[in-house]
Write a protein that binds this ligand. Structure first.
Ligand SMILES: C[S@@+](CC[C@H](N)C(=O)[O-])C[C@H]1O[C@@H](n2cnc3c(N)ncnc32)[C@H](O)[C@@H]1O
Length: 455
């Protein structure tokens, strides 16, 4: 097994190198920080698959050779990694190290700028560096590396210190750090209550959105979204909406631009982005299709913030006949009837079946026979852990890993779930819709667009 696994790694390394040489692409170099250029091999499917094979075989080697006791200890201490990452994000450690460059900075100086006791910060950085997040370049001296650099917000330390509550500003640069901060803070806390939640005879059996581990952890009675809607949670809401854009870092593209023939829709066609937040889903479509009109609906009043986010990203003012923001609760009847396209991106996965069906039925009642419903969520891939005889190692599917994380995130925060295709087809069918098209998904893409039409 050891020899087979190491041979598989060697073969896949040869494939990766050949693809890079033939196509003029690069693969990561440990001394280089992450950039689109450093990881350009991912644009080539064969190279990308070879890299996944190397990761699969290497993890299997680790599982085989590492003492089981250490494997379990590392798994059970994931919360320490998460907590240490949160410290680095909230106290601008990545930006401080960004200023220091590749020579790095002694922990006393990092601590001075971030306001933490040097000994305690040093112990966190030592732990993270041992996991390849940050590098220890000299004794007690740390530098960013290819993993930690993607947590850089592209803001200066001064900016972050002066306006920490404005940090999550909806910019693309901030979006991935916001996503990781969200996981390492609120989600971390919710996950600590999972066992109590599952043992609770009421909450553990419930379909209600306010019966999630989050509700136990934060001691609130309302659902996560209703909580975000409270004025005192404004900063959390901004972080959440910024983080939603950060999911783009986890995938090649969300398939939305190719899911519908947007350019073929008649001029003035109305696209309704239901539960659209700031309109992250619609924005790229709008950029390429000035002939379409967009209505971004959300329960939260995001009119001013949404407009500002679009203007920042488009670099120009947007007129209300091109895009309008509307406060609308998708559990009430849909005010826009006969739209060309209704978009539901990252919405259905945030609700249990009985609530998802209510949303779908309201859209069905407002649909014209020609309306289409574009659902963009992850679809849980068929699970298969069976090894074939030819291959000594288990397939590693990075998409499955991300979808499982997303599925459990939905359980932790909203008592909701990601669905398999047949689970999605079931809730569509009982709501008067049917799947019309599932455009091919890009390899390694987390999200699967599904186009449904009225039955
Ligand atoms: C996960 S976010 C997705 C946002 C956006 N579609 C995207 O992909 O970036 C879900 C959104 O649904 C909104 N939402 C939650 N409950 C709602 C309701 N009852 N009616 C309308 N919007 C709601 C939230 O405020 C949030 O902006």
């Amino acid at each position: 097994m050891l020899v087979q696994l190491s041979q598989s790694i060697s073969e896949a390394v040869s494939v990766l190198q050949k693809c890079c040489t033939d196509e003029g692409l690069s693969h990561p170099n440990p001394d280089q920080n992450f950039s689109e250029e450093s990881d350009s091999f991912r644009s080539n499917i064969e190279a990308s698959k070879a890299a996944d094979k190397i990761v699969a075989a290497s993890s299997q080697l680790i599982a085989l050779l590492q003492a089981p006791s250490l494997s379990l200890l590392r798994a059970a201490c994931g919360h320490i990694t998460s907590a240490a990452l949160r410290v680095c994000l909230e106290l601008s450690v990545v930006e401080i190290l960004g200023d220091a460059g590749s020579d790095g900075l002694h922990v006393t100086k990092i601590a001075q700028r971030s306001g933490i006791v040097p000994d305690k910060l040093g112990r966190l950085l030592r732990y993270l560096s041992n996991q390849h997040i940050f590098s220890q370049v000299a004794p007690d001296t740390y530098a960013n590396n290819r993993i930690s650099t993607i947590l850089h917000s592209k803001k200066s330390v001064k900016q972050l210190l002066e306006s920490s509550d404005q940090k999550h500003d909806g910019s693309m640069e901030q979006s991935f750090p916001s996503l990781i901060e969200l996981f390492a803070s609120d989600l971390h806390l919710s996950s600590g209550y999972l066992t109590e939640y599952l043992k609770d005879p009421v909450m553990g059996n419930s379909e209600e959105p306010n019966h999630a581990p989050f509700n136990k952890a934060f001691q609130v009675d309302v659902s996560l979204f209703d909580w975000y809607n409270q004025p005192e949670q404004a900063a959390r809401l901004r972080r959440f909406l910024t983080a939603m854009q950060g999911t783009d870092r986890l995938q090649a593209d969300d398939g939305l631009l190719k899911a519908i023939e947007w350019a073929e829709l008649p001029s003035g066609s109305i696209i309704v982005d239901v539960g659209g937040g700031w309109g992250n889903a619609s924005l790229p479509v709008a950029v390429q299709n000035p002939h379409l009109r967009f209505v971004i609906q959300d329960k939260v009043d995001l009119v001013a913030a949404g407009q500002a986010a679009w203007e920042t990203q488009l670099g120009q003012p947007v007129s209300s006949d091109r895009v309008s923001f509307q406060v609308h609760n998708f559990f009430a009847s849909q005010p826009i009837t006969g739209a060309s396209i209704f978009i539901l991106k990252h919405v259905l996965h945030a609700f249990s079946n009985s609530y998802a069906v209510k949303i779908l039925k309201n859209l069905r009642a407002a649909a014209a026979p020609s309306s289409q419903l574009l659902i963009i969520d992850s679809i849980i891939p068929p699970f298969c852990s069976v090894q074939d005889n030819e291959s000594p190692f288990l397939e590693y599917d990075p998409v499955a890993e991300m979808v499982y994380i997303s599925d459990l995130t939905m359980m932790l925060q909203l008592n909701a779930k990601e669905r398999t295709l047949s689970e999605l087809e079931y809730i569509l069918e009982i709501s008067g819709w049917k799947v019309a098209n599932i455009p091919p998904r890009h390899y390694n893409n987390l999200l699967t667009p599904v186009v449904a039409i009225p039955v």
